[in-house]
Design a protein around this ligand. Structure first.
Ligand code: PHE
Length: 453
């Protein structure tokens, strides 16, 4: 089969904007709206935001470009794309393949919760007094059946979009959902800017207190970046493999990263002024969005409306991310195992659902099932995913592209030397030296080989 036929038969993005929206959609999700604000909350506010932005530029953008370059060059599923650089590095794609059902499962469990909260924003959530919001959340997530219903709905939507194909599914829905996401976030920022605690919230959120910058904060900020930019599990390799050829990858990686950071920062801008206005604690951790925030909305005039917009925003953001998690193995099954697209999407969706049942029950009847140091099924997946798999594959991808592929990679990102040659050189320098060194330190810090702070 000729190269062009192969590309045509596997489908592809029909426009540059379609690809940018899909990639930004993959990046923007729970990582930005749920994880970033609570990480900022527990890591001392402004200092964390500052480190986040610096690490994003030094590590995040170069790694996103690594994945884009491998995918567009390979024009195939991530395993074959890595193999095209060198057979020895295709293990990076395999790790993505085997971990993606796990990411899909726990990502979809939390996304299911956001569907429940959206449904209950006008009825139910409104009547819960602030001091029992924690019980409301706890009794929902520990329920043995109700969260499974919402998990199933979320996975069904993800499978449906992916089963429709790259241009008629992923691209089409990204083009619909991303503008909705943007409108919702603008509504929420305007609401936040008109609250009495806005100044106080912003001051806490954006004034860096340099005494709070410890090595542990740097590690946390970097871990956040992998998850948030979707780098490390080859989802971005897969998306970029559907590109036709002449787009400026450097510019695209810049735009997607900018958008990812923008939404994360705006999410904090929505949450913290509201938290301060109504006298709540910014450092609540993972429950910030599910316990603190609903209480904040309840204290606010027209709170149900804003709760609805906020949780619906999360559904939209999460869906555009989960489709990229699913597309990664689906591309492989279609190209290597002869599955039809719908069959591949359903197959991985079902595995994700079964794993998701375990994750969900881990908050209730199976809460006794714990791993090292008392981690729940959810915790162990999130830990393995964000702290081990993503940084390890990011490091391996940087070494593969920077040291094994090297000149070919520069030619790929500069479209054969026709654009941004200077930036291409800076990029390969970062990918060969700075990124692996920083990442090796972070990786060892995250899995506890070295003690940081
Ligand atoms: N980037 C997504 C988010 O921020 C999560 C994700 C991780 C998606 C890894 C794909 C791959 O929510």
């Amino acid at each position: 089969m000729s190269d062009t036929n192969f590309t045509a038969s596997r489908g592809g993005f029909t426009s540059k904007s379609g690809f940018i929206l899909a990639a930004a959609g993959s990046a923007v999700g729970l990582g930005n709206i749920w994880r970033f604000p609570y990480m900022t909350g527990i890591n001392g506010g402004g200092a964390f935001v500052l480190i986040y932005v610096i690490c994003l530029c030094l590590i995040g953008v170069p790694l996103l470009l690594v994945e884009f370059s491998v995918g567009r060059h390979g024009k195939a599923n991530a395993i074959d794309s890595y193999a095209k650089i060198n057979e020895k590095v295709k293990f990076i794609g395999y790790i993505g393949l085997f971990s993606s059902p796990m990411f899909l499962s726990y990502y979809s469990v939390v996304s299911g919760w956001t569907i429940y909260y959206t449904v209950r924003s006008f009825t139910g959530l409104r009547n819960v007094p602030a001091d029992v919001m924690g019980d409301f959340f706890g009794s929902f997530i520990s329920n043995p059946t109700l969260p499974l219903l919402f998990l199933a709905i979320f996975i069904f939507l993800t499978v449906y979009i992916v089963a429709n194909g790259v241009s008629d599914g992923i691209e089409k829905y990204s083009k619909i959902l991303m503008p909705i996401l943007f409108i919702f976030i603008v509504i929420l920022v305007i609401r936040s800017a008109t609250l009495s605690g806005f100044k106080q919230g912003i001051a806490w959120y954006l004034t860096p207190d340099f005494s709070k910058i410890t090595p542990a904060v740097i590690v946390a900020a970097c871990g956040q970046i992998f998850f948030s930019l979707s780098v490390g599990m080859s989802g971005m390799v897969t998306y970029a493999s559907y590109l036709k050829g002449d787009e400026n990858l450097i510019k695209t990686a810049g735009i997607v990263s900018f958008f990812d950071a923008l939404v994360a920062i705006l999410a904090g801008l929505v949450i913290f002024p509201a938290v301060f206005t109504y006298g709540f604690e910014p450092g609540a951790g993972p429950s910030l969005v599910f316990i603190t925030l609903p209480a904040v909305f309840n204290a606010m005039p027209f709170g149900s409306f804003f709760a609805f917009i906020f949780f619906a925003l999360l559904i939209v953001a999460n869906l555009t991310s989960s489709i990229s998690i699913l597309e990664m193995p689906v591309a492989y099954l279609i190209e290597k195992k002869g599955f039809t697209r719908p069959k591949a999407a359903i197959f991985i969706g079902v595995i994700g659902f079964i794993l998701g049942i375990a994750v969900s029950l881990g908050f209730g009847v199976w809460s006794g099932v714990t791993f090292f140091g008392g981690m729940s099924i959810f915790d162990i997946m999130d830990y393995l995913g964000s702290n081990v798999i993503l940084p390890f594959c990011g490091l391996a991808a940087a070494v593969a592209v920077g040291w094994v592929w090297n000149k070919g990679a520069v030619a790929e990102v500069t479209n054969g030397g026709t654009n941004s040659q200077g930036l291409g050189r800076i990029w390969i320098g970062l990918v060969r030296y700075l990124v692996p060194i920083l990442m090796a330190i972070i990786f060892m810090g995250q899995i506890g080989i070295i003690k940081l702070g």
